[in-house]
Design a protein around this ligand. Structure first.
Ligand code: NDP
Length: 327
């Protein structure tokens, strides 16, 4: 038996989330690597799944948890052997394949990466999908030619997991970062991570003109909707906007003006199905470029039994930084 955070829906459509003991024989047969999970985490998507807020889960019952770190117990995959320390992010785990908010998970070896040297399992989960997505955004800015000397970078949804790690990374890499947040009381926290200043997110949240005063050399947007539209409208000639999130909304009420009149690039960021080579690059850069002391400042640790309550806080938008779940 192993303990897991199980999400269930009955025939009447009634939803239930709870910690349960499950037979190991119930683990998905399609997995070829059995992993003893030591740490997991809670991302925005885990919040949605655990609070049943949107159709993240597409197969019932489902063990929650889109991220996990642990040790291989058994492997039928040529790339992994017992004792290997591994990380899993995304690939539909916790959505269509049983996830990592559990003592054990049976995963596909093709989805796993070896935990980089220099990062503990707890640190890897403090980073999690949120931090790895933040790194994908940084790589997206770099690919767009945005350099520290290019000018200010805007990070929206700043106190969230992606936003807080993006600020930490960009600061360490020498960029000047403007954070937008709906939590004015967290301004000192954000400046401590490396934001040069903090703006009220309300300034970007309402409909705006298609072209506005040029300000940002690059953008990491976790929010979507009018915020993303205004961010594009304020991006300087030739700048790059990386769009990874939808905390304000999935809509994008913009015009083509920033793209055709200022040569702005809008770069989509997907962590879930990102190819293995890009994942490995992102994790290697995280191990090298992330200030681990700041990572500690922005994360807190809970047990599996605290995961449901913590997911509710993520959905209420009241949490700050990253949550590590010590299994
Ligand atoms: P968090 O819940 O940790 O952070 C989201 C932040 O967005 C909040 O802390 C808040 O920051 C801000 N926010 C919340 N509600 C609103 C609102 N109505 N309007 C404007 N801002 C709001 O989530 P994550 O950082 O983990 O994820 C951020 C987004 O990125 C999510 O939408 C998530 O689904 C997406 N994501 C996408 C991935 C991908 O592969 N593309 C991977 C990972 C995440 P503040 O109070 O400081 O404004």
């Amino acid at each position: 038996m192993f303990k897991a955070l199980l999400l269930e829906k009955n025939e009447q459509g009634e939803f239930k989330a709870g910690i349960q003991s499950i037979e190991e024989s119930s683990l998905p047969e399609s997995g070829d690597v059995l992993v003893q999970i030591s740490h997991s985490t809670l991302n925005y998507k885990d919040g949605l799944a655990i609070c049943n807020k949107s159709p993240v889960v597409r197969q019932w019952p489902m063990v929650a948890g889109i991220d996990g770190a642990g040790t291989v117990i058994e492997s039928q995959h040529p790339g992994f052997k017992p004792g290997d320390e591994v990380i899993l992010n995304g690939y539909g785990v916790g959505e269509t394949h049983w996830g990592c908010l559990a003592e054990k998970a049976k995963l596909k070896g093709d989805w796993l990466i070896k935990r980089p040297e220099g990062l503990s399992a707890a640190q890897a989960m403090a980073i999690g999908t949120a931090g790895y997505t933040a790194m994908l955004c940084v790589l997206g800015l770099e690919a767009g030619g945005v350099k520290p000397s290019s000018g200010e970078i805007l990070v929206t949804g700043a106190t969230g997991g992606v936003g807080s790690i993006a600020i930490t990374l960009l600061h360490k890499l020498g960029y000047t970062v403007m954070a937008t947040s709906g939590k004015p009381e967290q301004a000192d926290f954000l400046k401590g991570l490396g934001a040069s200043d903090v703006m009220d997110r309300a300034l970007l949240a309402a409909p705006g003109k298609p072209l506005q005063k040029e300000r940002w050399a690059g953008v990491v947007d976790c929010v979507g909707s009018h915020t993303l539209a205004n961010a594009c409208a304020q991006t300087r000639y030739g700048g790059t906007v990386t769009a990874c999130g939808l905390a304000q909304g999935m809509d994008f009420p913009s015009s083509v003006a920033p793209f055709i009149l200022r040569g702005v690039t809008l770069r989509g960021i997907d962590s879930v199905m990102a190819p293995l080579a890009l994942r490995q690059q992102a994790w290697e850069r995280l191990a090298k470029d992330l200030d681990l002391k700041k990572l500690e400042q922005l994360s807190n640790t809970i047990g599996l039994d605290g995961a449901i309550e913590a997911a509710g806080k993520i959905m209420a938008g009241s949490h700050v930084g990253r949550v590590v779940v010590k299994i």
